[in-house]
Ligand binder design. Structure first.
Ligand SMILES: Nc1ncnc2c1ncn2[C@@H]1O[C@H](COP(=O)(O)OP(=O)(O)O)[C@@H](O)[C@H]1O
Ligand SMILES: O=P(O)(O)O[C@H]1O[C@H](CO)[C@@H](O[C@H]2O[C@H](CO)[C@@H](O)[C@H](O)[C@H]2O)[C@H](O)[C@H]1O
Length: 449
């Protein structure tokens, strides 16, 4: 791979001037995973000038920053975040909302630092790097000059765990925000699925990485699609059914699972394994109840659900799965076909855990929870609507895969419970107003309702 001129500076030189700005700005970002814990400092893993900070024009600084926070579990490294910072002497008014702050000290004193992705010139440069594969300092760009040139970029303003840019309504580039060592499953799995000939997932056309970690993935943008969550809410609002869509979604999920099982290693599921899996759910419950004490009264009931799953003989196999499947991760195109996106897994889980083979029923459970979410979000609450969707989804899944997820009800219930516990922590951390939604499921699954 050709190495273009690298302008990487001694990282330590930049950090003191940026730290006060990051201190204010980082914890407020939607994708910042360490909310609620004090930030005590920063260290740099890498700093790369993608455009020089020599003051002749806008500079673009790529940073991998570790954020020091107390109350981190022992032996775990501080979270590392990917930042793309624009640096200008004068910030044009159209970029004012992107301002992070002005540097107060050092050689760059007075310069404005801003969210670089919001600057079309800088976002365009990132795309150009993908069109011209090569290395810049520690960054390795994999792409192709066959990608169309000069597509206008825009930032996607979605509720996201990462950040995405859409180029000319043709491609979408996801920039991973919290970066872990290892290949990100959101690149690995779509590539494997494309190799297996599964057309349910947009095929990655370019990406960039450090050699140790995946940093961003470019995929075709499904421009006329709508996501399953919006469509389900629309159906509810109009008093309409969603069962035929749920059936199609079940089929699509099964197709993805079959292709993943074909493309990547699988393992036999047996009794000792179900016991182990149930034990892990139990541990996650304890950690969750510590973080969100309103779970505490339900712990005995929930533990019984996990124990029942651990007692099952365990049939089928373990395989790579989506890991965080919900209606918002599905897109329906204008022709009615469903696609599945975002194979990163649950963002809070360590990467190694997200990449482990698991029972496919875990994804099924995620989607069943999503129908429940949609029905609960709607006024008046419509539990029968959710029950019909859940049934149709399992039927579609069984038709396409030959395996009905309802044939092992104890395992399915355990995964639904595990997901609801995860959702309680997720909502408590990110959207406290939504907490009653998973709490209602916790009450039901613990047998208290
Ligand atoms: N290939 C695509 N085509 C169209 N829209 C997409 C595509 N990929 C993602 N999106 C949109 O971007 C949003 C965020 O993408 P997602 O992969 O879920 O990001 P995150 O991991 O940050 O949550 C999705 O909800 C969807 O609306
Ligand atoms: O899409 P992400 O990978 O960022 O997933 C996280 O955020 C989701 C919410 O945006 C969250 O999903 C939960 O809320 C959805 C409705 O907004 C609902 O459809 C899902 O069933 C529910 O789990 C997801 O859990 C979280 O990981």
């Amino acid at each position: 791979m050709p190495e273009t001129a690298s302008t990487t500076r001694a990282p330590a030189a930049l950090l003191p001037s940026l730290a006060p700005l990051l201190h204010e700005w980082l914890p407020r970002q939607r994708w910042f995973a360490g909310k609620g814990r004090r930030v005590t400092g920063f260290t740099l893993d890498a700093a790369t000038e993608l455009l020089p900070l020599d003051g002749t024009g806008p500079g673009l600084l790529h940073l991998l920053v570790r954020v020091e926070q107390p109350a981190r579990p022992a032996q775990t490294p501080a979270d590392c975040y990917q930042l793309l910072l624009g640096v200008r002497t004068q910030l044009p008014p159209r970029l004012a909302p992107a301002l992070i702050g002005r540097i107060r000290q050092g050689p760059l004193a007075g310069r404005a630092v801003y969210e670089g992705l919001r600057d079309p010139r800088l976002a365009g440069l990132l795309y150009e790097r993908l069109r011209t594969p090569g290395r810049i300092g520690p960054l390795r760009f994999h792409g192709s000059a066959t990608l169309p040139a000069s597509l206008a970029p825009r930032v996607l303003d979605a509720e996201q765990s990462n950040s995405s840019l859409v180029y000319g309504d043709t491609y979408i580039l996801k920039i991973f925000r919290r970066v872990s060592p290892g290949a990100n499953p959101d690149l690995e799995l779509p590539l494997a699925l494309a190799r297996a000939g599964c057309a349910r997932v947009p095929e990655p056309v370019a990406w960039f990485e450090t050699g140790a970690s995946t940093l961003g993935v470019l995929q075709p943008y499904l421009r006329d699609s709508r996501d399953g969550w919006r469509l389900a809410l629309d159906a509810l609002a109009q008093g309409g059914e969603f069962t035929s869509e749920a059936l199609a979604l079940g089929r699509a999920t099964a197709e993805v699972h079959l292709a993943l099982a074909e493309a990547l290693p699988t393992e036999k599921l047996h009794r000792a394994r179900t016991e182990l899996l149930a034990g892990e759910m139990d541990q996650r419950l304890h950690a969750a109840a510590k973080a969100v004490p309103s779970l505490l009264p339900y712990v005995p009931g929930l533990r019984a659900v996990f124990a029942a799953a651990g007692d099952t003989s365990g049939t089928g196999w373990l395989q790579r799965v989506h890991g965080d499947l919900h209606l918002g991760q599905t897109l329906r195109s204008a022709d009615g076909g469903w696609s599945v996106i975002d194979f990163e897994g649950e963002p809070a889980k360590p990467l190694a855990e997200r990449c482990r083979p698991q029972p496919a029923v875990r994804d099924v459970a995620g989607m069943l929870r999503s129908f429940d979410y949609a029905a609960r979000t709607h006024r008046p609450w419509n539990p029968e609507w959710a029950a019909r969707c859940r049934d149709a989804y399992c039927t579609g899944y069984a038709e396409a895969s030959g395996t009905d997820p309802r044939t092992d009800p104890a395992l399915l219930r355990a995964y639904e419970t595990d997901k609801a516990v995860y959702e309680v922590v997720y909502e408590a951390r990110h959207r406290p107003d939504w907490l009653p939604v998973p709490m209602a499921a916790i009450e039901r699954l613990a047998g208290a309702e």
